[in-house]
Design a protein around this ligand. Structure first.
Ligand code: SAM
Length: 258
């Protein structure tokens, strides 16, 4: 890969550590009626192992220059689309015949959230296995009463069981990035405690975190505060709590009573 002109603007830090590649590829099991979608295959270090899994593999790579490397992967279950993943209409590429969809990606850090939003809005994946910046991973997995806990932690944990696959040192990449990474798995929850109105729940959570340092009374001025207080008292809490002190179930209970 020495003669490749890496583009920093595309987050091109390629994974070169075999051990980490194996950990990622072995962290999920698929069948031959499942589809693996890899976002940003780069020079194909993960791709060439993914195609051995016996499922179809569909990749989206923005940089056409990488065709030189990716076209060398000899597999009849691999399809590579040279497009900006964020600009495509995902459903146009996913055949209905597939039973489960698995997303894999060593993502450019600056578009991690946009990519996850797109995946979860446009499809219903069984699992998402992603390499992300360590700090972002901590936020995804954060529990209440910690400073990392935010609305994204809640949206993700409401839908997925999130676990860490492994930490990844910056030395595992070429070129070496500034930050360390973590690989996490988001596995779709089967049975969840659903709010009566999901949109209302999502809005309540996002409004509650508008100003992270402010308490609920200040962030939710336009809501029926009396009703919220009533629910909070069941949990021995009041309107002076901050959003970061509430569990997902407590948010659901509040939204159900509004
Ligand atoms: N998966 C490879 C690996 O682990 O070695 C490459 C990872 S590198 C961090 C990110 C890859 O995503 C690059 O190949 C880059 O060109 C590609 N990429 C960046 N933005 C993209 C986008 N919007 N859509 C598709 N691919 C993108």
């Amino acid at each position: 890969m020495t003669r490749f002109d890496y583009k920093k603007s595309l987050g091109q830090n390629f994974l070169k550590d075999k051990n980490i590649i194996n950990k990622i590829v072995n962290s999920f099991n698929t069948n031959n009626d499942d589809l693996i979608i890899e976002i940003g295959p780069g020079a194909g270090s993960l791709t060439q192992e993914l195609v051995k899994k016996n499922s179809d593999v569909l990749c989206f790579e923005i940089d056409k220059r990488l065709e030189e490397f990716l076209s060398k992967i000899n597999s009849n279950n691999l399809k590579i689309i040279y497009e900006d993943f964020l600009k495509i209409n995902l459903v146009d590429y996913i055949d209905k015949k597939y039973k489960n969809i698995y997303f894999i990606g060593n993502l450019p850090y600056y578009i991690t959230t946009a990519i996850i939003n797109k995946i979860t809005k446009e499809t219903n994946p069984k699992e998402i296995i992603i390499m992300i910046q360590k700090e972002v991973g901590q936020r995804f997995m954060a529990k209440p009463n910690t400073k990392e806990y935010n609305s994204l932690s809640i949206f993700l944990q409401y839908n997925y069981n999130i676990s860490k696959i492994c930490d990844v040192s910056k030395n595992c990449f070429e070129p070496i990035p500034k930050v360390d990474s973590v690989v996490i798995k988001l596995a779709k929850k089967e049975n969840i405690n659903k709010p009566k109105d999901e949109n209302k729940f999502y809005k309540l959570v996002s409004d509650s975190f508008t100003h992270k340092r402010k308490n609920l009374k200040n962030n939710l001025k336009n809501y029926d505060l009396e009703k919220i207080q009533e629910v909070l008292s069941k949990f021995n809490k009041d309107l002076t709590v901050r959003a970061e002190n509430l569990t997902i179930d407590e948010f659901i209970e509040i939204s159900n009573n509004l």
